[in-house]
Ligand binder design. Structure first.
Ligand SMILES: O=P(O)(O)OC[C@H]1O[C@H](O[C@H]2O[C@H](CO)[C@@H](O)[C@H](O)[C@H]2O)[C@H](O)[C@@H](O)[C@@H]1O
Length: 246
């Protein structure tokens, strides 16, 4: 079902990969649509500052792609938060030898060059998009790494298994942001495409807002749009229209 118009008094939460940008063969091969930064600026003003990105990527990585993004940024699956251009705040209590984790991941995957290792500041991503037949093998490797590094949990993603800090999540990021000045008292609207987004979609709906699933696949979201271009159209319609309230 197509979502209703974005209410002007909503707090808007947007996922990044597969939602604002199309999925690409590798994490570093994405293309930011040329109109996206301007659209996000206009949305930020329309929603009176109640706009955030909530992504599995880390904040620094997101800022490389969207350097002038004016809203709040939650990264690393909710483990990092950066608001109003302030330095990144940790929303986790993980103690991790991340260099050792990345070395172990490289050793484990050495025999399978098709596996792409994404070195993340609070974990690691093992991507098998280049050879989907490796899915089970990669799942087993990720489970082995998880057993070696307490405090990390397995996060299945699109053609990847990630290890991320335990006890964090996009639902918690959404709730935390909703308690902050720009967002307080607003109904959450969440758009995302992946398994990691489902908890946040559920939370948005539980808190009286709504959620939009981008693309195919099962989802708890009440609304759906087929791809990032359709989401961009829906958002563009919001910034061009007069606007409703929840
Ligand atoms: O929460 P998101 O913003 O959706 O980020 C989730 C993960 O997205 C990235 O991986 C996915 O997108 C890549 C680029 O399109 C694709 O090559 C990969 O197969 C997907 O799993 C990113 O690399 C991860 O760090 C994010 O956690």
């Amino acid at each position: 079902m197509i979502p209703p118009e974005l209410p002007v008094d909503a707090a808007l939460f947007l996922d990044f990969d597969g939602c604002l940008v199309e999925i690409a063969p590798r994490p570093d091969a994405i293309t930011v649509p040329p109109d996206l930064p301007g659209l996000l600026h206009r949305l930020y003003h329309r929603q009176n500052g109640a706009l955030a990105l909530i992504s599995g990527r880390d904040v620094a990585d997101l800022r490389r792609y969207l350097p002038d993004f004016p809203g709040a940024v939650s990264g690393s699956h909710g483990a990092e938060l950066s608001v109003a251009g302030q330095p990144v705040e940790a929303a986790h209590d993980l103690t991790l030898d991340v260099a050792a984790l990345h070395r172990d991941a490289a050793r484990l995957c050495a025999a399978e060059p098709a596996i792409l290792i994404e070195r993340k500041p609070l974990g690691v991503g093992l991507h098998y998009r280049a050879d989907p037949s490796l899915a089970d093998k990669v799942a087993a490797m990720a489970a082995e790494l998880m057993a070696r590094y307490p405090g990390l949990v397995l996060q299945p993603a699109k053609m990847a298994f990630e290890l991320r800090p335990d006890g964090v999540g996009k639902d918690k990021a959404l709730t935390r942001l909703l308690s902050m000045p720009n967002f307080r008292g607003r109904k959450p609207v969440y758009a995302g495409d992946d398994l990691t987004d489902e908890v946040a979609m559920l939370e948005a709906q539980r808190q009286g807002g709504f959620a939009i699933k981008i693309g195919e696949g099962e989802s708890c979201a009440s609304y759906r749009l087929p791809n990032p271009a359709a989401l961009a159209d829906w958002l563009t319609h919001a910034v061009l229209g007069v606007g409703t309230t929840i």
